[in-house]
Write a protein that binds this ligand. Structure first.
Ligand code: ADE
Length: 246
C-alpha cells in the first residue's frame, strides 16, 4: 500500500479523489490518502497561516510554523515531500513512475504568493510543476500528480489495459478508436478495422499514431524516428511512407 499525505488549507478540494478509479484503489487498500490542514496547527489565536512578504511586494506568503508542525505531525509517515509549484521541474511520465514506486509521499499545496523558503529547504522538498501556467493553488496540481502516479500502482487499473501499452510509453500518441455503430449519421468507421485482419489493423494503427504524433508533437516524432531505426520490414515501410509525406 502506498501512503500519501496531503498538506492543504483547503482539504475539501480533494473530494474528487474519492471517485472512480482512485476511490476504488483506496477502498481496496492499494493506497491510503490522508489530508492534513496546516491551519489546524497554527498557534496564532486567529489560526493565521500567512503574512506579508519580507522585502515588500504584493501577496501573502505562507508562514513556516503551521506547515512545520503539520509536517512533523506525520512522523515517519511523510516519506519524500513534494511542493507543488510553477517553479518546479515540469511533470512527465518518467517522474510519475518514480513517484508511483515510492511507498510514502507527501504533497504540499501552496497558496497566495508562495511559501516561506525555509520550509522548502528544511524538508529538502522537491518542487513539481504540472505545466507552464499558474494555478490559484497547488491542490489541482497535487491531484494531477496523485492521479497519474496511483494508476501505475499494480492492481489500481484492474481489468483495464496495462499501463505499459499506452502511447506515452511507446513514444507515440494514440491511434483513433471507434466503437458501435459502424455507421453513425453517415460517418463510417474505417473499413480496415472491420476487416478482421489483425496484421493490417496493427499497421493501420501504427501509421495513424505516426501521423498524429508528427502533426501534434513534432518533438516526440523526431525522437521516435531517431530511436527506432529498425521496426521490422512492414513497419519500416509504413515509416518510410509517413516520412515521405513530410
Ligand atoms: N501551483 C500554482 N501553479 C502551479 C503549477 N503550474 N504547477 C504546480 N503547482 C502550481
Amino acid at each position: 500500500m502506498m501512503k500519501i499525505s496531503i498538506l492543504s488549507i483547503f482539504p475539501e478540494m480533494f473530494t474528487p479523489l474519492k471517485e472512480s478509479i482512485i476511490g476504488r484503489a483506496i477502498e481496496k487498500n492499494l493506497i491510503k490518502i490522508d489530508i492534513v490542514n496546516p491551519r489546524d496547527f497554527s498557534t496564532n489565536k486567529h489560526k493565521k497561516v500567512d503574512d506579508y512578504s519580507f522585502g515588500g511586494g504584493p501577496g501573502m506568503v505562507m508562514m513556516p510554523q503551521p506547515i512545520f508542525d503539520a509536517i512533523d505531525s506525520l512522523g515517519d509517515e511523510k516519506g519524500k515531500i513534494f511542493y507543488m509549484s510553477p517553479r518546479g521541474k515540469v511533470l512527465n511520465e518518467e517522474k510519475v513512475r518514480e513517484i508511483a514506486a515510492l511507498d510514502k509521499a507527501t504533497f504540499l499545496c501552496g497558496h497566495y504568493e508562495g511559501i516561506d523558503q525555509r520550509i522548502i529547504e528544511h524538508y529538502d522538498m522537491e518542487e513539481i510543476s504540472i505545466g507552464d501556467y499558474v494555478l490559484t493553488g497547488g491542490e489541482l496540481a497535487a491531484m494531477v500528480v496523485i492521479d497519474s502516479a496511483c494508476r501505475l500502482i499494480p492492481g489500481v487499473l484492474a481489468g483495464e489495459s496495462s499501463a505499459d501499452e499506452e502511447s506515452i510509453y511507446s513514444g507515440l500518441l494514440e491511434f483513433p478508436q471507434y466503437t458501435q455503430p459502424r455507421d453513425f449519421r453517415d460517418e463510417k468507421v474505417p473499413e480496415v478495422l472491420l476487416s478482421g485482419n489483425h496484421k493490417l489493423i496493427e499497421l493501420w494503427r501504427f501509421e495513424q499514431s505516426l501521423l498524429i504524433t508528427k502533426r501534434e508533437r513534432p518533438d516526440l516524432f523526431e525522437k521516435y524516428v531517431e530511436t527506432h531505426k529498425n521496426l521490422g520490414k512492414e513497419k519500416n515501410k509504413v515509416m518510410e511512407k509517413v516520412l515521405k509525406m513530410m
